[in-house]
Design a protein around this ligand. Structure first.
Ligand code: HMG
Ligand code: MG
Length: 296
């Protein structure tokens, strides 16, 4: 079990990209400001993808331009291709995330190309990042199952992770996009990928569609994973994975970690407040059980 965990807050991107209500730039910035003030040091703030495909992320350029100039906080943005990378650099992004899939069908549905083509598409993106001193994180989707193909072979997960690491990603986040995995499976996947790229370069990214996220995280922490993605108020899902619900909630993750004596540097009460703020803006109730218990 790691002594401390770095949380990558993905609510402003993975969360808001799949909410029915599109949130204006000023509100997205207010949420990001509150999350940073709570002590989160990695906050994914948007994506430079086609606004026709993901209208909720339109205006990410304006979000990035207005971010506080704070060297202590990383503000990664999702980038699918050179067009997105050029826009990200223009807006002043200092960290990006590229995203590939372990499932061919999901790759086509999500970014309209094969896995192999996606890796080739990311090569010049990473070159542009390197030339502009922009850090690159990598995602692998569908690591524990695909909405179209069902089970995903672990070799496919290892292979895509390897290729992203070889491209130059400093960290690979393994995504259970549709929240279908269970703890022993999650542990096996982490162990297999870690053999190759090392546990220190791995993060885990669980959606809580079937209520398995926290158990899966615990299993991965026991393997030595020390970076966990989560979303304030359990926002979100994935627009290309029907039925996918939100990411594991940051509040619930903090409650578990702090309860086990694992430090995060993040103030739970402030994250709860940020989650209630954005839930009110969305006109929905919070997806965090801990927040629900606090306001009951
Ligand atoms: P395409 O249609 O194959 O691309 O889309 P294209 O190059 O033929 O371009 C088509 C149109 O898109 C053109 O505009 C381009 O200008 C525009 P038009 O001429 O029709 O007006 N376009 C862009 N616009 C803005 N920014 C860009 C860009 N690129 C092209 N970067 C593309 C390919 C990848 C762009 C598209 O499929 C797309 O945007 N997909 C969205 C993918 C996405 O955001 N998915 C959700 C995030 S992934 C996820 O959530 C999983 C994760 O959380 C991990 C997990 O949970 O497992 C990361
Ligand atoms: Mg996701």
């Amino acid at each position: 079990m790691p002594e401390s965990v770095r949380i990558v807050e993905v609510g402003p991107r993975d969360g808001l990209q799949n909410e029915k209500v599109a949130i204006p730039v000023t509100t997205r910035l207010e949420l990001i400001k509150r999350l940073a003030a709570a002590g989160l040091r990695s906050i994914e703030v948007g994506s430079f993808v086609s606004p026709k495909r993901i209208p909720q992320m339109a205006g990410t350029d304006q979000v990035v331009r207005q971010l506080p100039m704070d060297d202590e906080v990383r503000y990664p943005v999702l980038v699918p291709n050179q067009q997105g990378m050029a826009a990200a650099i223009d807006a002043g992004a200092r960290e990006i995330a590229i995203f590939a899939s372990a499932s061919e069908t999901f790759s086509w549905k999500n970014i309209n190309c094969s896995i192999a083509e996606s890796i080739e598409r990311f090569r010049p993106v990473v070159e542009m990042a390197n030339a502009n001193h922009v850090a690159v994180r990598g995602y692998v989707s569908c690591v524990l199952g695909c909405p179209y193909e069902g089970p995903v072979p672990i070799d496919a997960v290892v292979s895509v992770s390897q290729r992203l690491a070889q491209l130059g990603c400093y960290e690979i986040s393994l995504g259970d996009t549709i929240g279908i995995g269970t703890p022993l499976q999650a542990r096996t996947a982490v162990r297999a990928v870690a053999q190759d790229i090392g546990i220190d370069a791995l993060a885990v990214h669980f959606h809580d569609t079937r209520g398995q996220a926290m158990a899966n995280i615990l299993a991965c922490l026991e393997e030595g994973v020390a970076v966990v993605d989560s979303a304030v108020a359990g926002l979100g899902g994935c627009p290309y994975a029907r039925g996918a619900t939100g990411n594991v909630s940051t509040e619930d993750l903090l409650f578990m970690l702090h309860g086990m004596g694992v430090t995060t540097g993040v103030d739970l009460g402030s994250v709860i407040d940020a989650g209630l703020f954005i839930s009110a803006e969305l006109g929905r109730s919070t997806g965090s059980k801990v927040a629900q218990a606090m306001i009951a």
